[in-house]
Design a protein around this ligand. Structure first.
Ligand code: BGC
Length: 350
């Protein structure tokens, strides 16, 4: 079978090449790939900045935003041939740490977790893949290719759960929430906030026109294209999805009293000299600000993310997939174009 692979940490090694059929030890459920979403993490892996091959192997099969069709459900019950499934990304560490022991692998404490398509286990950018039945999430067939949006929705679901849990340290009735960045994570965050019933949702991005402002407005949210510092209101919480230093520093200073800034974007460099750490920290101290990072998702978030997608307007969700590429053209899929929101590599027809 063919798969999109990299030799991790070596830039320029990505290729669509022949790989052995998936090993039965990878799981008793055999799946035919339908589509795989591309995200910033995949780009980083291809650039040689991130990613780990399975122990003793040269190649890592890329891809963690999956959607596939069951070819053989194996002996376990629950799935049948033809079901659409998405694979959970992270596996608990083998020790296991206290968090992995209770299924909260997204909060792994010893860093020995593994992640499909990212860290030490093959991903889903192959014509066929296998999965353990307990890590295969069945998606409603009515979603069709939109099921590929489940994984990014889980990341957002966890971030919003963190905000809610932290908020309840005191009286918490969030009314105004800001999302920075109108990429897939930012837009799915705005959608989830809307489904949670947040009254005033603001989304800020550097794009001044194009589909992002329209998508935000279609949700009934308010779009901004300036800087966070110039916004004329103080949000109760901010979901930061850009990873850009200046935006993060502005968010910490802009969030309202007792506010929460949840960081979901992974950026690099970007020393912000105009906002010395001590001043940012003083602003946080004097207003009880919480700055929290959020990564990955556990089964609870996968379940809730499925509920979010089921409640969403399908025609709105469909506009998030702005480009579909064939696996042979995977390099085109990895190159960002200005109007891209979610780019998907399609392996077979839905
Ligand atoms: C994935 C997460 C993963 C994280 C760090 C993200 O792109 O969506 O599942 O935990 O990268 O590797």
């Amino acid at each position: 079978m063919k798969a999109i692979t990299v030799e991790p940490k070596i830039p320029g090694t990505a290729r669509y090449m022949e790989m052995p059929e998936p090993d039965v030890r990878d799981g008793s459920v055999l799946v035919e790939a339908v589509a795989v979403g591309v995200c910033g993490t995949d780009v980083e892996i291809v650039e040689g900045k991130y990613g780990w091959a399975p122990p003793g192997q040269q190649y890592l099969i890329l891809g963690h935003e999956s959607l596939g069709r069951v070819i053989d459900p194996g002996p376990a019950g629950g799935l049948k041939k033809g079901d659409l499934v998405v694979g959970i990304v992270r596996r608990p560490d083998p020790v296991p740490c206290p968090n992995c022991a209770v299924g909260e692998w997204d909060m792994c404490r010893n860093g020995l977790y593994t992640e499909r398509g990212i860290k030490e286990i093959h991903g889903f950018m192959s014509q066929r893949w296998r999965i353990e039945p307990e890590y295969a999430v069945k998606v409603d067939s009515a979603l069709g290719i939109l099921g590929v949006l489940l994984e990014p929705t889980t990341v957002v679901t966890k971030a919003l759960e963190q905000i809610g849990m932290i908020g309840r340290r005191s009286f918490w009735e969030p009314r105004v929430v800001l999302v920075t960045g109108a990429g897939p994570i930012g837009l799915l965050a705005a959608l989830s906030l809307k489904i949670h019933g947040i009254e005033e949702i603001h989304v800020l991005d550097r794009m001044e026109s194009g589909s992002k402002p329209d998508l935000v407005r279609e949700l009934g949210a308010i779009y901004h294209s300036g800087s966070v510092a110039n916004l004329g209101f103080e949000p109760d919480a901010i979901v930061e999805c850009t990873g850009v230093g200046q935006v993060i520093s502005d968010c910490i200073q802009k969030v309202g009293p007792n506010g929460i800034v949840c960081l979901t974007g992974v950026g690099h460099g970007g020393v912000v000299t105009s906002a010395p750490t001590a001043n940012v920290a003083a602003a946080a101290v004097l207003r009880n600000t919480v700055i929290v990072g959020s990564v990955n998702a556990n089964k609870r978030h996968w379940y809730r993310a499925g509920q979010t997608l089921a409640k969403a307007d399908k025609s709105w969700l469909a506009k998030l997939i702005t480009r579909v590429e064939r696996p042979e053209n995977f390099m085109k899929a990895l190159e960002r174009q200005p109007d891209d929101i979610k780019v998907v590599i399609q392996f077979s027809d839905i």
